[in-house]
Design a protein around this ligand. Structure first.
Ligand code: FES
Length: 133
């Protein structure tokens, strides 16, 4: 983990593979690191860690994006090289946005049916989507 990392990508290390060709969590994490290290977005902006179950067990593998002051995202069904490329494309968008917010049409198409949650930051109200109840 880079000392100045402020974005974190969390990969569930408990998720099982549904098919023999599905990537294991360690492979997903390794490909993410490799591709982020290619420089777009700068690797120093992202730490990658593993964690236990993130409650998306029926649709492995679960991968979360988090950053202080930004919306959090939980993706599922991450199982292929193409999925990892889509996550790297999403990482670029996520890094660019001060509040981390993006609409589905802005995110990689491959992630459209793999996005389980977008949770707004506790400290951000830039979109106007948050309001008192
Ligand atoms: S085992 Fe991965 S989300 Fe539950």
């Amino acid at each position: 983990m880079a000392a100045n990392s402020h974005h974190t990508i969390t990969v569930c290390t408990d998720c099982r593979r549904l098919a023999p060709d599905d990537l294991a969590a360690a492979a997903i994490a390794g490909l993410l690191r490799e591709r982020l290290d290619e420089g777009v977005p700068p690797a120093s902006h992202f730490a990658i860690r593993g964690t236990a179950c993130m409650a998306a067990c029926d649709t492995p593998c679960a991968v979360a994006f988090q950053a202080e002051g930004k919306a959090s995202y939980l993706f599922s069904r991450i199982s292929s090289d193409a999925d990892v490329r889509a996550l790297v494309d999403f990482a670029r968008l996520y890094a660019e946005r001060p509040d981390g917010m993006s609409r589905q049409c802005e995110r990689p198409k491959l992630l459209a049916r793999k996005t389980l949650a977008r949770i707004p930051s506790l400290v951000s109200n830039r979109t106007g989507a948050d309001h008192e109840l």
